[in-house]
Design a protein around this ligand. Structure first.
Ligand code: PMP
Ligand code: G9A
Length: 416
C-alpha cells in the first residue's frame, strides 16, 4: 500500500515554510554570482590558525572528555569564561549557572518557542525581523503581531497602542522578540532610552523580552549601548547570543542568559531535543576565550567588516539612483535598502540573478508580508572589488526597473 504521508504529518509540520535565505544559499553557489544575500561571515574572519592551536590544546588536555557526552547546560569552564566576558564587556550581571550553551542562537530561539508558545498564543516582534526567528516561532502555531521600528529602534507608541488593542480582546502576548543592536536585517540600533522604555512597557504589560544579540560585538564606530538584559533586575529578559559571528558558525555554538526558572525549563526542553550541545566544539571555544584570543580576534573582524561596509556605502553613493534610500549601520553585517514604491523587489529578483547579483527581498522579513520595495544587502561576505561590481550591477537592474515603471505610468499618453 502506498503511504499517504500527508495524512500522517502533524499539523505543525504542515506549517513549516522554507526560509528564503536558506533557499538562496543554493543560488549563491552558482559560479560568478555576487551574493549580498546570506548573512555569512567572511571566511577571512575565521581564526583558522588559532582554532588549530585550540584543537591541539584540547587534544593535549581533554580529548577523552571532548569526545564524550556533555551536560545539557554546557561545559562548565566555557560557561565560566563566558559569564566573566558578559560581565566585563556587556555589563550583564551573570554567573556561570545563569548560562545555557545551545546549538547556535537558532536553537535558543526554538527552545524559547517550545517553552513559551502554545497554539493560539500571541507574541510580538519588531519588524523587519530576523527571518530565522519568524521561522522558529511559526512552527508553534502562535499568532505574531508586528511592531514597526523607527530611527531610534522600536516604536514604543505603536507598541503601547497595539498592546491596548490586544488587551481589549483579552490577549496578553507572551514575549517580544527583538535584535536591538546592528539589527538583522536593517543594520539599525535601538537607542538607550528606547531599550529602557521597552523594559518598562514589558514590565507594565507583563511579557518577556527575547533579546537576540549576535552582532553587538561587531561595533565599528559610536558608543557601545548596553544590552537590555543589563538593566534587567527581575528576570524579564531572555538574552541570546552566538559564537557564529565571532568564531565560526560551523561550530554551532550559542548561549542563553536567563533567570533560573526560565533556564531550568529551557534545559528540560533541550534535553528532549538533543541531550547536549557539541562538546568538542565547546572545548575549542573555551580555549579560544581562555587563551585571550577572542578579544584580539574580534578587533580584526571589526576592521575587516568596517572596510567592507565602507566599500558598499561608497558604491551605493556612486551607482544607485538618488531616489533610493539606505541605512548607515555602525556595525554588524547588513544594509537595508528602500526603493521607490513602483519597484517590487520580488519581481526584480530574477533580473538581478540574470545579472549574477543576489539580495534578499525585504518582504521576507515581515511576517505579514508587504514592504515589496525593500531589500537586505549583506556586506561582510563578498570580496571588496566584488562588492563594488555587485552594487554596480544592481544599480543597472534598478535603473531599468525605474525606467519601465516610468513608461508604464506615462502610457498610454493623455487623450489616447
Ligand atoms: N539571530 C540572528 C539575528 C541572526 O542573524 C542569526 C544568524 N544569522 C541567528 C540568530 C542564528 O545564529 P546561529 O548561527 O547562532 O544559529
Ligand atoms: O541561515 C543562515 O545561513 C544564517 C544566516 C542568516 C541570515 O542571512 O540572516
Amino acid at each position: 500500500m502506498v503511504v499517504n504521508i500527508d495524512r500522517l504529518f502533524s499539523k505543525r509540520a504542515t506549517r513549516f515554510r522554507a526560509s528564503e535565505i536558506r533557499e538562496l544559499l543554493k543560488i549563491t553557489q552558482i559560479p560568478g554570482m555576487i551574493s549580498f544575500a546570506g548573512g555569512l561571515p567572511n571566511p577571512l574572519a575565521f581564526p583558522v590558525d588559532i582554532i588549530h592551536e585550540c584543537i591541539e590544546k584540547t587534544f593535549q588536555k581533554n580529548i577523552k572528555e571532548a569526545l564524550q557526552y556533555g551536560t545539557t547546560e554546557g561545559l562548565t569552564s566555557l560557561r565560566g569564561v563566558l559569564a566573566e566576558r558578559m560581565k566585563k564587556n556587556n555589563h550583564i550581571n551573570c554567573e556561570l549557572h545563569d548560562i545555557l550553551i545551545t546549538g547556535g542562537a537558532q536553537q535558543a530561539l526554538s527552545l524559547v518557542a517550545l517553552c513559551f508558545l502554545d497554539p493560539g498564543d500571541t507574541y510580538l516582534t519588531s519588524v523587519p525581523a530576523y527571518l530565522g526567528a519568524i521561522q522558529a516561532f511559526s512552527a508553534f502555531e502562535a499568532n505574531c503581531e508586528s511592531i514597526p521600528m523607527n530611527d531610534e529602534g522600536i516604536d514604543t507608541d505603536s507598541l503601547r497602542r497595539n498592546l491596548e488593542r490586544l488587551r481589549r480582546t483579552g490577549v496578553n502576548p507572551k514575549f517580544i522578540y527583538t535584535v536591538p543592536t546592528f539589527q538583522n536585517p536593517s543594520g539599525e540600533t535601538m537607542a538607550l532610552g528606547h531599550r529602557k522604555e521597552l523594559l518598562d512597557v514589558a514590565s507594565e504589560y507583563d511579557f518577556l523580552i527575547i533579546e537576540d544579540d549576535p552582532y553587538g560585538e561587531l561595533i565599528f564606530e559610536g558608543d557601545f549601548i548596553p544590552p537590555i538584559k543589563s538593566f534587567d533586575t527581575k528576570g524579564r529578559v531572555v538574552y541570546v547570543s552566538t559564537f557564529s559571528k565571532i568564531l565560526a558558525p560551523g561550530f554551532r555554538l550559542g548561549w542563553v542568559i536567563a533567570s533560573k526558572e526560565i533556564l531550568d525549563k529551557l534545559i528540560l526542553a533541550k534535553q528532549a531535543t538533543d541531550l547536549c550541545t557539541n562538546i568538542f566544539s565547546q572545548y575549542i571555544a573555551y580555549e579560544y576565550i581562555n587563551g585571550g584570543y577572542l578579544d584580539k580576534h574580534v578587533q580584526q573582524i571589526k576592521k575587516l567588516y568596517k572596510r567592507k561596509r565602507d566599500v558598499m556605502l561608497k558604491a551605493l553613493k556612486e551607482y544607485f539612483p538618488s531616489e533610493i534610500k539606505w541605512t548607515m549601520p555602525k556595525g554588524g553585517m547588513f544594509i537595508w535598502i528602500t526603493l521607490p514604491k513602483s519597484i517590487d523587489t520580488r519581481l526584480m529578483f530574477q533580473k538581478a540573478i540574470a545579472k549574477k547579483v543576489a539580495y534578499v527581498v525585504g518582504e521576507a522579513f515581515f511576517p505579514e508580508g508587504g514592504n515589496y520595495n525593500s531589500m537586505r544587502l549583506n556586506f561582510s561576505y563578498s570580496e571588496d572589488d566584488l562588492i563594488k561590481e555587485g552594487i554596480k550591477r544592481l544599480a543597472e537592474v534598478i535603473k531599468d526597473e525605474l525606467a519601465t515603471a516610468y513608461q508604464q505610468d506615462t502610457f498610454p499618453p493623455e487623450g489616447v
